[in-house]
Design a protein. Structure first.
Lengths: 408, 254
């Protein structure tokens, strides 16, 4: 049953861009893309916090690292067939790798960076190429992984609340650093990036323009599917077994031969890379990244999405993230009660908070995980009873020491 | 042949000198009881042997390999397994998954049926086969204790340290644990059993180590230990000291 539901969901999202016709097409597609983005974050965070028990508040920071790496890469690095003579540059075969000098948020009409000056001098005679978007995304993912490794090493001895506080501190330090380094990162103004398909793309003979939603929809969708496939494989392998043992009892797992250090670091690296890749693609999709994307509110949103759906199941976290993103957007419509205007753009977050509180109080496993468990584990109790009766009848009721009290 | 050489182990926690120059050897599949009053250093010695706590000085060699500075997971793979005083099952994992952890940690393949068949054999022996797919948190306290013992069978170490295996255990369950200990020993494993239940210790063990406030005050057969005046004074007590808790039952007879 869960497999059938999974296939149906896949088919739905594959077909959706081609069959949806109820209006606001671009807006609905945008919500889908953002939903997929949050689904990657929530599902990878579910592996980190739900499976491995590493309750990190730094996941959005890794997203930001991916996004800012891609942004800085596109902003400062270019390929030119001619040397500028004024920029930092390296020969790269017959071309030159140009590194622009940072000029902060100064108006470009007053101060020009070295490349702009060179371009003015060349007067159109030389065409400078930007870096490929995919390379920035890969670099962003790698940087996310490197920082995941460092943070994983640093938090090795930390557990529970200390880990949460440490990662929260890391996240805020990163955000503050990006805000402060105006010269390089342009601070609160944010960095603009080229679109995922800046010059459009032709697929199967059909041209999609720069602002067309279908190409980014499928880029984010395939990235989500890739992450889910990796998470699925990991959860079914010894990695999944070991990180869950680590969550349950780190010392007992180590005493049984599990290299807890390795798996604790690995889970940080892998999930950080997923968050960073999602951040890099999302930044190229919305064509800007600002430090506000790393705010604790954004992290809380990811945590809440995973918790409401069910943090111990990454599929539930992914589906929950998409559903919640849709619900939050649908709740934007303000309405009147007895002449009083209810501004839902503000109240929707209150609604969201109430749902989170009720979930934590009355459904600790989340709202979707019990449904999944019903299908995947619903038969276990009955099987246990049948097996116990079989063993009792074959051995006689008196020869089963220690089996009393097994509940299911 | 199994060989454990513990030499001049010292461990201090602040001003508390918990292990003082503790030395002993195990050769072969011995059945050893580790006894002593509360605070004697029994659990600390276990923690040092399994790598969870590093000693201040001293060495431990297992089968010729120095292990006292190794992390716990490497010591487990080298051949030393232990249970905990308070049962520590992986509560939100199924019984089978609990058993898979040590087997896969040893590098066994998780595909195919070899590990599953081994786990089912262990469960059958522990009379828990019907509970295979239940979460460990659904088990009774006694069943969780058995599950912990089962995980050790899957780890298949040379030396097994059982920390208070009989505490709070029903007599019927005790039979299963006795059976487990004898079977593991018969399979060639050395057993170190920490317990305050002297009847069980005397019934099972052929050698006793007695710790008292960090000092190893005796190392000998149960008969020797029972007669040792230092042990009687420190732990077993005399007829007059008896409180009726089972301590010193045997000492009184001797």
């Amino acid at each position: 049953m869960p497999h059938a539901m999974g296939i149906a969901l896949l088919a739905f999202f594959f077909a959706f861009p081609f069959v949806y016709s109820a209006g606001n097409y671009d807006y609905i597609m945008h919500i889908c893309i953002v939903g997929f983005f949050y689904a990657i974050l929530a599902s990878s965070w579910s592996m980190l916090a739900g499976y491995a028990g590493q309750f990190s508040f730094g996941h959005m920071a890794f997203m930001g690292l991916g996004a800012y790496t891609a942004a800085l890469f596109c902003h400062y690095f270019f390929i030119s067939p001619e040397p500028t003579g004024i920029c930092t540059e390296f020969a790269l075969g017959s071309n030159y790798l140009i590194i622009k000098n940072p000029i902060g948020v100064t108006s470009t009409t007053l101060t020009q960076d070295c490349l702009a000056q060179a371009m003015e001098k060349w007067d159109g005679a030389v065409t400078v190429s930007p870096m490929p978007v995919w390379l920035g995304v890969i670099l962003g993912t790698l940087v996310g992984g490197i920082f995941g490794l460092l943070i994983g090493l640093l938090v090795l001895p930390l557990r529970a609340a200390y880990l949460a506080l440490f990662t929260l501190g890391f996240s805020e330090i990163l955000r503050a650093t990006i805000s402060a380094e105006i010269q390089i990162t342009r601070g609160q103004a944010g960095i603009e990036l080229p679109g995922l398909f800046e010059n459009g793309i032709t697929i199967a003979g059909h041209y999609f323009g720069k602002t067309d939603k279908i190409p980014p929809y499928f880029v984010m969708f395939f990235l989500l599917l890739g992450c889910l496939a990796i998470l699925y494989w990991l959860s079914r392998s010894r990695f999944g077994l070991f990180v869950r043992a680590l969550r349950e009892d780190q010392d007992a797992a180590a005493a049984l031969g599990v290299n807890t250090t390795r798996y604790k670091i690995l889970v940080f690296v892998i999930t950080s890379m997923m968050a960073a890749s999602a951040g890099a693609v999302q930044a190229h999709y919305v064509t800007i990244i600002t430090p506000n994307n790393l705010m604790i509110l954004q992290m809380s949103l990811v945590v809440a999405m995973a918790v409401i759906a069910g943090v111990e199941n990454f599929v539930a976290a992914a589906i929950g993230a998409i559903l919640i993103e849709f619900t939050l957007e649908m709740l934007r419509t303000s309405f009147n009660i007895g002449g009083v205007e209810i501004d839902m753009t503000l109240w929707r977050l209150v609604f969201f908070g109430v749902v989170l509180m009720l979930t934590l109080r009355f459904a600790r496993n989340g709202l979707l995980v019990p449904v999944i468990n019903y299908f995947s584990r619903g038969h276990v109790a009955a099987e246990t009873v049948v097996r116990r009766k079989q063993s009792e009848s074959s051995e006689g009721a008196s020869t089963a020491p220690g089996v009393q009290g097994g509940s299911s | 042949m199994i060989e454990l050489e513990v030499s001049r182990l010292n461990k201090k926690f602040g001003g508390n000198h918990v292990l003082k120059d503790v030395s002993f050897e195990i050769k072969g599949a011995e059945m050893i009881g580790l006894i002593g009053p509360n605070g004697a250093g029994k659990t600390t010695l276990t923690n040092v042997l399994d790598g969870a706590v590093k000693p201040n000085s001293g060495t431990v060699y297992l089968n010729g390999k120095r292990i006292d500075q190794l992390p716990p997971f490497e010591i487990a793979k080298t051949g030393l397994g232990r249970t905990f005083q308070v049962t520590r099952s992986f509560r939100r994992m199924t019984v089978l998954e609990n058993l898979y952890v040590p087997a896969l940690a040893l590098g066994k393949s998780h595909t195919g049926n070899e590990v599953k068949e081994q786990a089912l054999e262990v469960l059958e022996f522990l009379t828990m086969e019907h509970l295979r797919n239940e979460y460990a948190r659904a088990l009774s306290g006694g069943q969780q204790k058995l599950l912990e013992l089962g995980r050790l069978l899957m780890l298949d170490p040379d030396i097994i340290i059982l920390d208070e295996p009989f505490a709070g255990v029903h007599p019927k369950l005790m039979e299963v644990i006795y059976d487990y200990i004898r079977r593991a020993n018969a399979q060639g494993k050395a057993m170190i059993i920490i317990s305050h239940q002297m009847d069980s210790i005397f019934a099972l063990c052929e050698r006793l180590l007695v710790l008292n406030y960090g000092d190893l005050i005796a190392d000998g057969t149960p008969e020797q230990v029972k007669k040792d005046p230092v042990v009687i004074e420190a732990y077993l007590g005399t007829t007059e000291d008896r409180s009726g808790t089972g301590h010193g039952d045997e000492a009184e007879q001797s």
